[in-house]
Design a protein around this ligand. Structure first.
Ligand SMILES: [Zn+2]
Length: 65
């Protein structure tokens, strides 16, 4: 998903919604930070790939490893 232009635009929307902050440590995520995206509601629990169900965080900041 993140390899497509559409995926990157969606990711940017999620990032904007979080004011550019990590959903875990609340520190800024800059464009050259390695980041990861997770589903708020897991796909296995019926969550979708919509931007509203995604959150971004630092690659090293997994909330639920
Ligand atoms: Zn973080």
């Amino acid at each position: 998903m993140l390899n497509s232009a559409r995926g990157r635009r969606k990711l940017h929307r999620v990032w904007l919604r979080q004011d550019g902050m990590c959903s875990n440590c609340q520190q800024p995520i800059t464009m050259d930070t390695r980041l990861d995206v997770t589903h708020i509601v897991k796909r296995t629990d019926g969550g979708t790939d919509a931007a509203s169900n995604l959150q971004v965080h630092h690659l090293s900041c997994r909330r639920n490893p």
